[in-house]
Design a protein around this ligand. Structure first.
Ligand code: SF4
Length: 422
C-alpha cells in the first residue's frame, strides 16, 4: 500500500507526521508521489488562513489521487470534524492518538476519532526521529497548553499540558545521537510548561539537560519558547551544558504592554527585555528571534509604533510577523476594535521593513566570526544561531564544520571552511 502525506503548521505537527510515517512504514506502507492508496493531511488551525489551507490541501490531495482513502488529522479536524467529514474524509482524527490512527489506516476502516482534548492526561510517546532525508531530528517533549492566550485556539485543540518523562527524553536523545544526528530540536506546543504534570515537577532545564547529556556529540536546539521560562538559573544551566545552540525563538506577540495584557500574556515589555539580556549574558552573540501578531483587536497606531520601536530595542535577528486572525470561540474574537484585513496586512508590511533592517544588521555583525554549520547539502546549511550559511568549497551533507564568515548575500552568510581537510 502506498501513502501520500501533507503536513501543515508547526514543528509538533511535522514531528507527529514523521512518527506516523515511521509507524506506517513498520506496517509495510511506502511513501509515494502519485497513485497513492491513502492520502493523509495533518492539518493546522492556528489561524483562519491555516484552516483554509488545510481544506485546500485535502481537496488537492484527493484530486491528485482519485479513489484513495482520505485521512485527515491535526488541529483543524480536532476543531471542525464535521467540516472535514463533509470534504469526503474517510478517516477523521483530531490532534491525538497517532498510534490508533496508524492502526485505523492499516485496517482501512472508515473511522472517526475526535476525542475531548481536555480529557487527555498522558503524553503519547511516539517513535522519535527524522523524516527520511532530514539532517536534524525533532524530539517532541511536551504537548498541550494551559495558558489560554485570548487569541489562541490551541488549548482547545491540544488539551492540557502533558510531558515526556525525563528518562524517556534522555533515551530518545541518546537514540537519535546514536543514529548519527548532529542536531536535535526539542519541540512541543508550549515547552516552557514542561514537567508541570509529572511527578516531582521537573522543569524545561531538566529536560534540556537530560537530552544534552545523553547526546553530547549532538547540538540541542530549543523550539519556540515562552519568555517566562527564561530565568537566570535556566540560562546558567543551559550555558553550562556546552552543546545548546545559541539561538532562542521567543514568543513576543506584541511590544505594547496594554496589548500584551489583553492577549493574556504573562509578561510585560520590561520583563521581556530582561529575558533578552539574560540570554545574551549567558550566550554572548546569540541570535534572538520572535513571533509577532500585528493588528490585535484594539491595537492603536500608537500601540503598534511602540511595538516597532520595541523590536529595535530587543535587537532581534529575525521576527515572524503575521496578521491577527480571528479564531471563533476565543476571547479575542469578541473583543471590540477589530481591525480590517487591509489594516492588519499593512502593519505586517511595516513590521517587515523593520525586521529586514534588523536581519541585515545581525548578519553583517557575523562577518569575521566562525559559525558551526550543520550541512544540509554539500554547500549549505545552518549555523548554531540558525543563520543560513553557504560555502565556496564543499562539505559532506549531515556533518558539522566550522566556517569562517566573510560576506553576506541577501539573507545568507557566505564563507570558507576553516579546515577543509579535516
Ligand atoms: S502559550 Fe498562548 S499562544 Fe502559545 S499555545 Fe498556549 S495559548 Fe496558544
Amino acid at each position: 500500500m502506498k501513502y501520500a502525506v501533507y503536513t501543515l503548521g508547526c514543528k509538533v505537527n511535522q514531528y507527529e507526521t514523521q512518527a506516523l510515517e515511521t509507524m506506517l512504514r513498520e506496517r509495510g506502507f511506502e511513501p509515494a508521489e502519485r497513485d497513492a492508496d491513502v492520502v493523509i493531511v495533518n492539518t493546522c488551525a492556528v489561524t483562519a488562513e491555516s484552516s483554509r489551507k488545510s481544506r485546500q490541501a485535502i481537496r488537492r490531495l484527493q484530486g491528485q489521487n482519485p479513489g484513495a482513502l482520505t485521512v485527515v488529522c491535526g488541529c483543524f479536524s480536532q476543531l471542525e470534524p464535521d467540516a472535514v467529514a463533509a470534504l469526503g474524509a474517510d478517516i477523521v482524527f483530531g490532534s491525538g492518538d497517532k498510534h490508533a490512527l496508524a492502526e485505523a489506516i492499516e485496517r482501512a476502516l472508515p473511522a472517526r476519532s475526535v476525542d475531548d482534548p481536555f480529557q487527555r492526561r498522558a503524553f503519547e510517546p511516539l517513535p522519535a526521529g527524522p523524516a527520511a532525508g532530514r539532517t536534524r531530528a525533532m524530539l517532541k517533549i511536551q504537548d498541550g497548553c494551559d495558558n489560554f492566550c485570548t487569541y489562541c485556539v490551541i488549548p482547545y485543540t491540544r488539551g492540557r499540558v502533558r510531558s515526556l518523562p525525563l528518562e524517556d527524553c534522555a533515551a530518545q536523545g541518546a537514540a537519535l545521537a546514536e543514529e548519527g544526528f548532529h542536531e536535535i530540536v526539542l519541540t512541543g506546543i508550549e515547552i516552557a510548561s514542561y514537567g508541570k504534570d509529572l511527578p516531582g515537577k521537573p522543569t524545561l532545564a531538566d529536560a534540556v539537560e537530560a537530552v544534552a547529556k545523553a547526546a553530547p556529540q549532538a547540538r540541542v536546539r530549543l523550539g519556540s519558547l515562552e519568555p517566562t521560562a527564561v530565568t537566570d538559573g535556566f540560562c546558567a544551566r543551559l550555558a553550562a551544558l556546552g552543546n545548546v545552540c545559541p539561538h532562542f525563538h521567543l514568543s513576543l506577540q506584541s511590544g505594547c504592554d496594554d496589548t500584551l495584557r489583553r492577549m493574556n500574556r504573562k509578561y510585560d515589555t520590561a520583563a521581556f527585555l530582561a529575558v533578552c539580556g539574560r540570554l545574551r549574558k549567558a550566550f554572548p552573540g546569540c541570535a534572538l528571534t520572535a513571533d509577532l501578531i500585528c493588528g490585535f483587536p484594539g491595537e492603536s497606531e500608537a500601540d503598534f509604533r511602540s511595538t516597532l520601536a520595541f523590536l529595535q530595542t530587543c535587537g532581534f535577528y529575525s521576527v515572524h510577523a503575521f496578521p491577527y486572525s480571528v479564531r471563533p470561540g476565543t476571547k479575542a474574537a469578541d473583543m471590540p476594535g477589530q481591525l480590517s484585513r487591509a489594516e492588519k496586512e499593512e502593519r505586517v508590511r511595516r513590521a517587515g521593513e523593520v525586521i529586514a533592517g534588523l536581519r541585515t544588521a545581525y548578519l553583517t555583525g557575523r562577518v569575521g566570526q566562525v559559525e558551526q554549520v550543520l550541512f544540509e547539502t554539500d554547500r549549505s546549511g545552518h549555523g548554531g544561531d540558525y543563520c543560513p550559511v553557504r560555502i565556496r568549497g564543499s562539505a559532506r551533507r549531515g556533518e558539522v564544520k566550522n566556517v569562517l564568515i566573510d560576506a553576506v548575500d541577501g539573507d545568507t552568510l557566505l564563507g570558507e571552511l576553516t579546515n577543509p581537510s579535516e
